[in-house]
Design a protein around this ligand. Sequence first.
Ligand code: KIV
Length: 277
Amino acid sequence: MPKSVRDITSMKNFEKITVITAYDYTTAQLCDKAGVEILLVGDSGGMVMLGYENTIPVTMEQMCFFTEAVSRGRKDAMVVADMPFMSYQASKSQAIENAGRLVKSGADAVKLEGGIEIKDTVRSIVDIGIPVMGHIGFQPQTTTLQEGYRVQAKTKDAALSLIQNAKALEKAGAFSIALEMVTQEISKIITESIGIPTIGIGSGPDCDGQVLVVHDVLGLFEKLKPKFAKRYLELAGDIVKAVTSYKEDVVSGKFPTQEHSFSIDKAELERLRKEIA
Ligand code: KIV
């Protein structure tokens, strides 16, 4: 039975929440088996799966496609899908419609980047029954355009504004908030000042949970290696090695062998040979 919003929120102050991104059926199945509480269909899929420079070009169609695959692969984890850039900013009705499309594709909840400025949008999505995860701090869809990749909440004023944003999202009905690249001291203050779980990425150890991009965890993505992303494997090198060996075997004739081949019955083959002759 997939985790519910209540299962997630009741973990605050008791047990850390583990979140990992997934964009396809097989990875979702494996991560679900590993026991993570949430599979996040992040718009980071635009970068690691589709090769975009950033998340801005990601479309609703692509997010629905990823979400369908991930939801088919999960058994116990909650599936949260990112609302891509410009899928919720134009109007509340646009936001509700697109949140609904993600739920119809298999998401249990949606995630939106933004703070006070989107509180009414968050409220209207929550009001129709779709759980919302907030996302503040570094917001890849917009901060990239304004100031590039930067650690957030490094000054008193920036920190105060972030705390207000977190409180506004909680008041608007969000069930959790992702904090991206927020100084660890401010993440701790935010975590202690709201009643819903914070899920950190590059935001220190005091958040209620952590999220990482699966390609970083597995060491698959070479283009960008953020300081905060712990790589538990270096699969990129292993994949290149494996495919190189495969190519060498094809060229040298070492692959395929009898072990990988199928045979027709000898008598049947003889009859065929006679007929051909
Ligand atoms: O798209 C994503 O992977 C995310 C995480 C970085 C939180 O939003």
